[in-house]
Every structure is written in C-alpha cells, then in structure tokens.
Design a protein around this ligand. Structure first.
Ligand SMILES: [Zn+2]
Ligand SMILES: [Zn+2]
Length: 262
C-alpha cells in the first residue's frame, strides 16, 4: 500500500512537470530552428530550379531561357535590418542588413558610414578614405555599424527575428525580416574578371553565380538581378510554424557592381 502511494506521488509530480509550459528560451530556439528550415527549403527549391535549368542545357543542347529566375533567401536571427539610413556622403536612402555589411554605397561608391572631408574627390570611388592599406575597400569601423550607431543616425533598426508574443502558454508569435535575392539568367552575360578584380572585389565571390569560380567563363550565367527585404509574421504552435501575414517586399537598391569597382 505504501508503495502504491509512493508511485502515485511520483506519477503526480511527473504529470505536473509535463503540464508546465516549456521555458521561453527552449521554445524560442525551437521556433528559430523551424524558421531556418522554412528558408532552407526555399533555398533548396531555388537551387533545384537552377540545376533543372542547367540540366536541359547539357542534355539537349538547349539554351536556358533568358530571364529565367530563381531566388535565394537570407535569415539570421541575430542580425538586424536598417531602413531609411542616409549615406553620409551622398544622402541616398539605403536599406542595410547587418548580416552582410556592405563597404560601399551603391549610389556614390564611397563608404556610407563616414563623413568625407569637404575637398574629397567624389568621382574617385572608392577614394583613399574608403580604401585600406591593401588597396581593398576598407572594412567599416565596427563602432559605426552597430545598432546604436544606426539608431543615432535616425534610421529605423529592426531585428530579423522579433518575438512579439512570448508567453509559452500560448503559441509564440514573431515578426521575421529576411533578404531575398533574385537571380536572372543572362544568356549573354560573361564573367570575365581578372584575378586582380577578384582580389579587390568588395562583394563575396559566392554571390557571383558561376559553377566554377574562375576566370573567363563562356557566356551565360545567373546574375544578381535584384534584392528585396521582406517582412512576415509567423506563429509557432506545437512544433509547427504558420504565416499570419506578410507585407509586400521592399526593393533594395543594388550595390555597386564589380565592374564599377575595378
Ligand atoms: Zn552614397
Ligand atoms: Zn570615399
């Protein structure tokens, strides 16, 4: 009898534990994991689409239709997006995402985070102030690209993952901001960049969509067509995510291309 009572007591405490809501950190982590799965799925779909287009080329000798597109997505729960930031050199309004801080303004080709002196040569871009000792566009000073620095510059700073309902007794809700890049197939596009340009490039080489990262490929490749920032609200309920709403994506001005940086 005593044993039965004891077992019941143990059972009782176990039931209590399982009824307790999951800790916020644990639920948030699971929520973020699902969001990564969501964006990874979209990226895999994009890659499959690109592979499919290439396969037709190789097997049948067909040429991929000009303008055929696919998208890639970027989501980083620790990053933020800066809206309405004005370049300190040319005043152009820019959208900046902290996951990949760009070095040069797409409009004027100078560092958008520093004030240039009165007599600087605007036409020379990037100028000496923007270049490092190695001749490459200089990495911005980390203090100039913090959340606080952008907020101080009267820009609107929004996290890529913003939890808006965090009571774990109910489904979690978050606003998610992401970057979508659209790649368009250009039959006449040629990647004929010299090694020197590759070394000096201010963009990540992974964004240059060639199958073989090299010099002098044959015409035809997917080039970056446009970049968008999107905003969606997701709900996390019993291990699954669902979209509650989404806003129309906002176009980001394309950053200065490689040719312009030679
Ligand atoms: Zn500028
Ligand atoms: Zn400059």
């Amino acid at each position: 009898m005593r044993l039965t009572l004891l077992s019941l007591a143990v059972l009782g405490s176990l039931t209590l534990v399982s009824c307790k809501p999951v800790p916020k950190e644990q639920a948030t982590k699971a929520f973020i994991k699902e969001l990564h799965l969501h964006f990874n799925n979209l990226n895999n779909e994009g890659q499959a689409r690109k592979d499919e287009l290439r396969k037709a080329d190789a097997k049948l000798g067909l040429i991929t239709a000009t303008g055929s597109i696919y998208s890639t997505y970027l989501f980083d729960e620790n990053a933020f997006v800066v809206f309405d930031y004005r370049c300190k050199t040319c005043e152009t309004k820019l959208i900046i995402y902290s996951a990949e801080t760009q070095y040069l303004c797409p409009s004027c080709g100078h560092c958008p985070y520093v004030q240039h002196g009165a007599n600087f040569n605007r036409k020379e871009s990037p100028c000496k102030l923007c270049l490092g000792t190695d001749g490459k566009p200089k990495e911005p000073n980390p203090t100039l690209i913090t959340k606080e620095a952008f907020e101080g510059a009267k820009a609107s700073v929004k996290p890529m993952f913003e939890l808006t309902q965090e009571n774990t007794a109910k489904p979690l809700i978050a606003t998610v901001r992401y970057v979508r890049r659209q790649w368009a197939y250009d039959t006449r596009g040629v990647v004929d960049i010299s090694q020197k340009v590759v070394e000096r490039a201010s963009v990540d080489m992974n964004y240059i969509p060639t199958d073989a990262q090299g010099v002098g490929r044959a015409p035809g490749f997917h080039r970056l067509d446009s970049t968008f920032v999107g905003e969606m609200e997701f709900e996390y309920r019993s291990g699954d995510i669902a979209v509650r709403w989404r806003r129309p994506e906002e176009a980001v001005r394309p950053w200065k291309d490689l040719k312009g940086n030679q």
